[in-house]
Design a binder for this molecule. Structure first.
Ligand code: 4AD
Ligand code: MG
Length: 463
């Protein structure tokens, strides 16, 4: 039987319409003359209220099975709702229970649960209001990302998940192997002999699709990736995952200013788009999770981001009237507390920091004439810190070769990347947006584990 989504009914349903819905019971209330239940199918924040009259076939028997968590199909007629909080409700003429849920053991009884507890029931937590709203916003945001780039003629490219290169050079790689770990083949010098491994060489899960995006940008001008990336970073923070999704645009014939302009236009577009497609969910976050969510969205959409150099950022941090846990001095990387101070307290909006010291950034970033800094940019967001990292790329063969060697990377491993500078090289730039950090920023959710359906973090890969 054709059934309607509850979102569609709550938005547009009219009295006297006959409808069928399918979903999961959130609550049931039995009165003397009749009963109510609330049903949710994940399409909308609010539940559809269903009225169950005793003239329903098998009324008593059905009522007994309609416990929180049970799956149901309800057919009936829409009627105006006399109750507060909803415009319309469903008067049932037939109810079918697909599967019951034992009230003694079903963990999601009607009360507020902590996010820590919900993480222990990752297979059920999406049936709660908050996680439901998170994953609807996540979906809307993913869709808006494609829309933004497709409207501008960017090609969506699929970078590999398995790679032989460490793009960021941070050594946070997960190895991919099918060698027998109990007894791996050894070389003469007693090291693991990867020439006998599946790929005939060491291989890893990718930390970034950038190098491959650069290859494709040298054929299609403007491209983007949107896929999972992996980092064996042993940091148990509210902003790090071992598996996270990254969006990486890469543009040929583009410099750092063009890169920053794109990043800013991109974030503005995404906030606007999600506010338009998920207004109820965004209201919910503002009311129940973080009362600055709507103001933040408004701030992003309507204000220019601040743009400052790393050197200026260091000067501002040195002048700050507060003590930081980590030291501040030219040459050291910014820590999350520094990033948050700049965005959250000082400028009260996103800040784009540019021109970082060459020593603390990856080999592919373009060296400036001062030879001390590279054309890097990080977008820092209030509450989150770094949300985007990007740069203009080094397009000059000799300079790139020197950078690769000075970082201790064997140049022959990157022969194909260097070829891009041998044949038709152009100035080009790009960035990576951490998708989960963006969803966190939008929704005000405090922990990154609660904005991805199945978080992967140190010591945790359940579900
Ligand atoms: O700054 P990152 O390391 O930059 C790159 O990987 C570049 N290759 C991107 C590019 O220029 N194409 O990572 C980009 C973003 C960060 O700003 C952050 O938002 C996110 O990815 N990120 C993480 N998100 C969740 N968990 C982690 N462990 C993350 N590490 C980085
Ligand atoms: Mg970074």
């Amino acid at each position: 039987m054709v059934s309607q989504r509850i979102a569609e009914i709550l938005r547009n349903g009219q009295p006297d319409e006959s409808v069928t819905i399918k979903g999961w019971v959130r609550t049931k209330r039995e009165l003397k003359e009749f009963a109510f239940m609330e049903v949710n199918d994940g399409s909308f924040m609010a539940n559809l209220q269903v009225i169950l009259n005793p003239d329903l076939p098998d009324y008593e028997d059905i009522l007994q099975q309609l416990n929180t968590g049970a799956s149901v199909e309800v057919t009936g007629t829409l009627v105006p709702s006399p109750g507060k909080g909803q415009r319309i409700e469903l008067k049932a003429s037939a109810v079918r229970v697909y599967g019951g849920a034992d009230p003694q053991t079903y963990p999601l009884q009607k009360k507020r649960h902590s996010f820590e507890f919900l993480r222990t029931i990752g297979h059920l937590r999406s049936r709660t209001n908050t996680l439901g709203a998170v994953f609807r916003v996540r979906n809307a945001c993913a869709s808006a990302i494609h829309q933004f780039f497709q409207e501008q003629g960017f090609l969506w490219i699929h970078s590999p998940i398995i790679t032989a290169n460490d793009c960021e050079g941070a050594g946070e790689l997960f190895t991919v192997t099918n060698l027998d770990l109990k007894d791996p083949p050894k070389t003469d010098t007693q090291e693991v002999d990867y020439s006998q491994d599946f790929f005939g060489r060491p291989a890893y899960l990718t930390v970034s699709g950038q190098l491959q995006a650069e290859v494709m940008a040298m054929a299609f001008r403007d491209v983007y990736t949107f896929g999972p990336t992996f980092r064996a970073e042993n940091s148990n923070t509210s902003r790090h995952l071992a598996e996270f999704w990254m969006v990486e645009p890469e543009m040929a014939f583009c410099d750092l200013v063009g890169d920053m302009d794109l990043a800013e236009a991109f974030l503005k577009y995404l906030f606007k788009s999600v506010l338009a497609s998920c207004p109820e969910d965004m209201e919910f976050f503002n009311k129940r999770i973080d009362n600055s969510v709507l103001a933040t969205a408004d701030n992003i959409i309507n204000n220019q981001f601040e743009r400052i150099t790393y050197t200026d950022a260091i000067a501002l941090l040195e002048k700050a009237d507060r003590k930081f846990e980590y030291p501040v001095s030219w040459g050291l990387d910014l820590q999350s507390e520094h990033e948050r101070y700049l965005a959250e307290e000082l400028f009260k909006k996103p800040v784009i920091v540019t021109d970082y010291p060459v020593e603390i950034k990856a080999f592919y970033m373009r060296l400036s004439d001062d030879e001390k800094t590279v054309r890097a940019m990080d977008v820092l967001a209030p509450k989150i810190g770094e949300i985007i990292g990007g740069s203009q790329r080094e397009e000059r063969l000799e300079v790139l070769e020197q950078r690769i060697v000075s970082q201790g990377i064997p140049p022959e491993d990157l022969w194909w990347y260097l070829d891009l500078r041998r044949y038709g090289t152009v100035p080009h730039a790009g960035f990576g947006l951490g998708f989960e950090r963006l969803v966190q920023f939008m929704t005000g959710m405090a922990n990154i584990r609660d904005v991805i359906p199945f978080p992967r973090t140190p010591l945790s890969a359940e579900f």
